[in-house]
Write a protein that binds this ligand. Structure first.
Ligand code: ATP
Ligand code: MG
Length: 234
């Protein structure tokens, strides 16, 4: 799906304590584009993802996804939008500790598929965790937990994938494996991906690299020859 932001502002608070987390953002992402977003802490990266994912709303401006203005959707329509179109992957995995890997994925699969359990098992198999499905998060390594989180985001095959520092907690090898997985699946499904990272090297695998500073886009570079994630090094 295409994402188009025009004149988007996000302001937290009011008056002299107001924080302008995003300032007049204009941005268009075609379907299937893999974009990394870099920028210092507090520059507005997570805020941007939250607006696209309709977890939060813009203070001003328009966000259109596949030509539909999110501001015009009712609460029910927003729930449907998030459920059907958006997959989130977070830095701290956000798995439910009392549920097994399979149950964590099934929770989301059940929302969109009648055969949720079957779909959940399929996707876990695909991320290489076919033999870990009955493990609880605490019994999995960091990379395995992140792969469960990715399976959870992918089980509904969302056209938009939002990843907030998905490799922040992982060592080099594991991080690269997770990026490879994201790259392969997003290409297969032609997903529009926004991936936030502090690691500039990851930009080499992306079609586009955005840099934010103080809520503004200060750099926007297209990359015609993204490398395979397996070739990344840092
Ligand atoms: N709910 C909130 N209430 C008030 N201020 C907020 C809120 N969320 C974010 N902010 C502020 O908005 C700005 C942008 O925050 P954001 O979380 O988007 O930054 P970030 O680029 O993701 O940073 P990091 O790399 O540390 O995750 C920061 O100044 C932050 O303090
Ligand atoms: Mg953040």
């Amino acid at each position: 799906m295409t994402i188009k932001m025009t004149g988007v502002w996000k302001t937290f608070g009011e008056g002299h304590t107001a924080v302008h987390a995003l300032q007049n953002i204009d941005l268009a992402n075609p379907q299937g584009e893999f974009t990394t977003i870099l920028g210092p802490s507090g520059s507005g990266k997570t805020t941007l993802l939250n607006l696209v994912g309709a977890i939060d709303d813009a203070t001003e401006g328009h966000i259109e996804v596949a030509g539909v203005d999110l501001a015009g959707l009712s609460v029910d329509e927003l729930v449907k939008y998030r459920r059907e179109n958006v997959g989130f992957v977070f830095q701290f995995f956000n798995l439910i500790p009392t549920l097994t890997a399979l149950e964590n994925v099934e929770l989301v699969a059940d929302l969109t598929a009648s055969n949720g359990a079957e779909r959940a098992a399929e996707v876990l198999d695909r991320v290489g965790l076919g033999d870990r499905m009955t493990h609880f998060p605490a019994q999995l390594s960091g990379g395995e937990q992140q792969r469960v989180a990715i399976a959870r985001a992918l089980v509904k095959e969302p056209p938009i994938l939002l990843c907030d520092e998905p490799t922040g907690e992982l060592d080099f090898e594991t991080g690269r494996m997770v990026l490879d997985l994201l790259q392969r699946v997003s290409r297969e499904l032609s997903q529009t991906v926004l991936l936030v990272t502090h690691n500039a090297a990851i930009g080499d695998m992306a079609d586009r690299v955005l840099k934010l500073r103080s809520g503004e886009i200060v750099e926007d570079v297209h990359n015609d020859t993204p490398i395979d994630a397996t070739e990344l090094t840092w």
